[in-house]
Design a protein around this ligand. Structure first.
Ligand SMILES: *[C@@H]1O[C@H](CO)[C@@H](O)[C@H](O)[C@H]1NC(C)=O
Length: 495
């Protein structure tokens, strides 16, 4: 008897944070069950050089390997004009929408030769649900942020009413709404504790801007999917996952942690050479002695903040590896590399700390985190970074910058006890974290033994068990696959 063959199609938001876990999940699915192959429909954003380098490398790698994951680069579209959007998320959202005819064409073409069993949309590509509905293809959501934040998104339409009543437009330059009563707290079922309003994403705090409408509109559509795959695992977020399972929402499948263990080594232009010298330096450091500071693919800090960090690091006396990116220049740019980083640091800093630490640009985070010299991680708390850190058992000190990172930091420190706080509510354009504050955070992160460090070690082994045969994420993926295949068999009966 011929084996049934299923094709899963993915359409991802063109950012590293969404794309990388989607690609890894597609590989994970096809490796887990040989009946599946996967096709990723790739949106090319002309301005996003790094994203494009990544997607090009994928296509090249796929053509040389036995992998069952294919990539289709969608035809390019005319980008939105500046009068059509207010924020980079507004831009991205309009830009994604314009690909709908191409997505429909690509899926129809695939469906003429293979059995398309599922379309997976992600956090910000839910407008493609229309196409799944048109073509009669079961549609799922792949969610690359935590279950806690998924719950927040589900709750956002209700929260919107509360924000409209209990918040006012502030007149400060931030353009944020602020609570009328400073005691106001938000109840979100996936958090066991009330959420302070300062944890909300910047886009949500700008309630009259396009980024907010984009959040709200996507959140509303999550309920139109028939299942939600989340890159998390039951042992990490038990409260959030259990509260989602009793909510009457589409079933949630925690299948993580799905990580890109090779990291950017295969494709980043600052590849091998600089990275090798960083790893060589780490090899020379004592075990568990170095603090690693890195703020993500889209995160960068301004000059005055960099100077406070430098002073704090120097005062703390710890060995350090510090990744610095130059702030974006325009709304749509990503951070770049400093051509002269010395100019933004305190005079003589690099000389005084030579031997103690190194300052670098883009860095292969997962490779660094896996090194035995690393003791602690000062992180922007992007979810992929948190999962990588947990996987390697490295405790985090929280310094959120953008997206849902403030909420992730809150969850890590206040709900899960898996991180120490530098800040929970820092964001781009915030006040400075002064040197003393950083130094205090570093001491909590790096000194001695405590409950947080013990919990992180325990979670490291749980994260690995979750993926093993009969582990929680393994079982969850098995039940997702059963769901998809029974739906296909059901539909075949009709013909
Ligand atoms: C997983 O569970 C099945 C069914 O209970 C069992 O037969 C199998 O031996 C288990 N595998 C492992 C590795 O424990």
């Amino acid at each position: 008897m011929a084996m049934d063959k299923y094709e899963a199609v993915f359409i991802s938001t063109p950012t590293i944070g969404n794309l990388v876990p989607t690609v890894e999940f597609a590989h994970h699915l096809t490796r887990h069950d040989p009946r599946f192959s996967a096709t990723l429909l790739i949106i090319t954003v002309p301005e996003r050089t790094i994203v494009n380098l990544y997607t090009k490398s994928l296509a090249t790698a796929a053509s040389h390997s036995q992998s069952h994951v294919n990539f289709i680069h969608l035809p390019t579209v005319q980008p939105p004009t500046p009068d059509q959007y207010q924020s980079s998320l507004g831009y991205t959202s309009l830009f994604i929408d314009k690909h709908k005819p191409h997505v429909k064409h690509a899926i129809s073409t695939l469906a003429s030769t293979t059995s398309v069993a599922a379309l997976f949309v992600d956090m910000f590509t839910t407008s493609m649900i229309d196409i799944a509905q048109d073509l009669g293809i079961p549609c799922y959501l792949f969610f690359a942020s935590p279950a806690s934040f998924l719950g927040f998104m589900f709750h956002l339409p209700a929260l919107d009413t509360q924000l409209a009543v209990a918040f006012v437009d502030s007149d400060s330059h931030s353009g944020f709404i602020v609570p009328k009563d400073s005691a106001v707290e938000l109840i979100v079922p996936t958090f066991s504790k009330p959420l302070p309003p300062s944890m909300l994403p910047s886009h949500v705090l700008k309630r009259n801007k396009d980024g907010y409408f984009c959040f709200l509109e996507n959140a509303r559509r999550y309920t139109e999917t028939i299942g939600i795959v989340v890159n998390t695992f039951l042992e990490l977020e038990p409260h959030a996952i259990e509260s989602l399972s009793i909510s009457g929402l589409p079933p949630v499948y925690p299948v993580g942690p799905i990580l890109d263990h090779a990291g950017a080594s295969r494709w980043h232009p600052d590849g091998a050479q600089q990275q090798d010298s960083i790893m060589e330096w780490l090899d020379q450091q004592p075990p568990s002695s170095v603090v690693f500071l890195c703020f993500g693919s889209m995160g960068s800090l301004e000059g005055p903040q960099l100077r406070e960090i430098a002073i704090g690091l120097e005062r703390s006396g710890y060995r350090f590896l510090w990744s610095i990116r130059e702030p974006r220049k325009g709304k749509l740019d990503l951070p770049g590399e400093y051509t002269n980083v010395e100019a933004v640091l305190p005079a003589g800093f690099l000389d005084r700390t030579a031997g103690l630490g190194i300052v670098c640009g883009w860095v292969q985070q997962v490779r660094v985190l896996s090194h035995q010299a690393i003791r602690g991680f000062v992180s922007h708390c992007g979810w992929n970074s948190i999962l990588e850190s947990v996987w390697h058992g490295v405790p985090i000190a929280t310094w959120p910058v953008y997206a849902e990172q403030q909420m992730n930091a809150f969850e890590l420190v206040k709900e899960l006890g898996l991180g120490v706080e530098i800040r929970l509510d820092y964001r781009e354009g915030s006040d400075l974290v002064v040197a003393e504050e950083l130094e205090r955070g570093l001491r909590r992160l790096m000194d001695g033994e405590d409950e947080v460090k013990a919990k992180v070690r325990e979670m490291k082994s749980k994260s690995r068990m979750a993926l093993m045969e009969n582990g929680s994420s393994y079982k969850s993926l098995t039940s997702l696959i059963q769901e998809i295949s029974s739906r296909m068999q059901g539909s075949e009966v009709k013909y």
